[in-house]
Design a protein around this ligand. Sequence first.
Ligand SMILES: Cc1cc2nc3c(=O)[nH]c(=O)nc-3n(C[C@H](O)[C@H](O)[C@H](O)COP(=O)(O)OP(=O)(O)OC[C@H]3O[C@@H](n4cnc5c(N)ncnc54)[C@H](O)[C@@H]3O)c2cc1C
Length: 417
Amino acid sequence: MTAAVAGGTARETLPADRRPRVAVLGGSLIGLTTALVLRDIGCDVDVFERSRSPLEGRGVGIVLHPATVRYLLDNRLLDLSAVSTTAAWHRYLDVDGSVLAQAARRHHFTGYNTLYGTLLQTFGRDRYHLGAEATGVRDDGDRVEVAFADGRTATADLLVGADGVSSFVRRTMLPGVRPGYGGYVAWRGVVDERELAPETFAALDDALTYHVQPHTHVLTYPIPHYDGGVAPGRRLMNVVWYRNVAEGRPLDELLTDREGRRRDVSLPPGAARDEVVAEVRSTAAATLPPPIAEVVVKNEAPFLQVMVDVDVPRMAFGRTCLVGDAAFAVRPHAAAATAKGAEDVWALADALLRAGGDVPAALAAWEPARLEVGRALLARTRELGEGAQFRNDWVPGDPALTFGLHRPGDSADMRVS
Ligand SMILES: Cc1cc2nc3c(=O)[nH]c(=O)nc-3n(C[C@H](O)[C@H](O)[C@H](O)COP(=O)(O)OP(=O)(O)OC[C@H]3O[C@@H](n4cnc5c(N)ncnc54)[C@H](O)[C@@H]3O)c2cc1C
């Protein structure tokens, strides 16, 4: 059976009497993609998101990959060329700011809010339940029951755990699996291009700009402004600076926010203590190439993400599965985590169609290939991180270091309309 999707491609749908009720836990990029793709094949889908208000500002810049935006492009929901920025060059700067290596390779970037807002608007708010924190999951083989913190419950034929790096569903199904600390953190932030010195703008414009030194590396790229601006000079310059921090006391101190609370895997904008921010700025000014240092120094609200790996032995458990960061969480060096999550979802829809709506059969058939993709991406991003931060063997300009999901470079030069 096929159904026409408004403005887009026709997709096969499940027979009317074989349409599973689906509960998706987590309403971020991968939860919403799951909801839309499965709803289009005929599933009856609800999304349960812990946050009390719609999500915003996460991740800041997202490097586009064809899989990340497949739903939006297939259904012509967004003119990506109007909401994304672009950089034509991969460039490595030496510490004095001179160009060490460069190659023509085009990437596109957009903001988390652009993708999230479009996906949420398309799914609608009726079945998107905010303030729904799952606290219990029971899969009895015939159905899955979810309990929420506020006493509500939901019953489904299929439970999809899209609840991110600290996934409750993963902790329930795989209690022995813990995120492993990679030994370093990423400081992130943005600066309005209008605040940059003309020579800095000229050095960073139209490029994904890297700088590598022993035990650290940093990159910048332009992303859309909060006001939607995507023209050069009207965007935000995004920076990600990877710095090694020993586990134990140094990491605990760094993650202690201005209220004295030890955060878990991130410090949101405004949470880092003043002395910590001052140290980041002064070290940037003293050690990074001047154009990149300026972006770090002028970034008013730096935020931090701890680099962790999550390696899962399974993604399917009867009628329950894990997708996106809830399954494998990988370091960002391939800029492909959202793409991997979106592919998990497309493959799940195909498996459900092939199994005629039989959920356990579909999950069993779906799992092996997704484990393989997750493991390969985890291994490659670990390797990239170890090379840059510990082995110090990154060679500026090496094409193996470029972004990509299945192979380096598979997100470059993609179509955006
Ligand atoms: C420095 C950095 C740079 C990155 N850059 C890129 C990039 O360029 N390109 C890219 O593709 N990816 C990038 N990523 C990765 C990307 O941000 C994530 O892979 C992606 O957002 C994961 O989406 P997700 O929906 O699986 O999880 P999340 O976005 O983490 O969402 C999980 C959701 O589940 C909710 N939740 C959690 N627990 C519960 C519960 N018990 N009940 C209900 N809801 C719950 C949370 O509130 C959250 O909204 C980057 C990551 C980092 C750290």
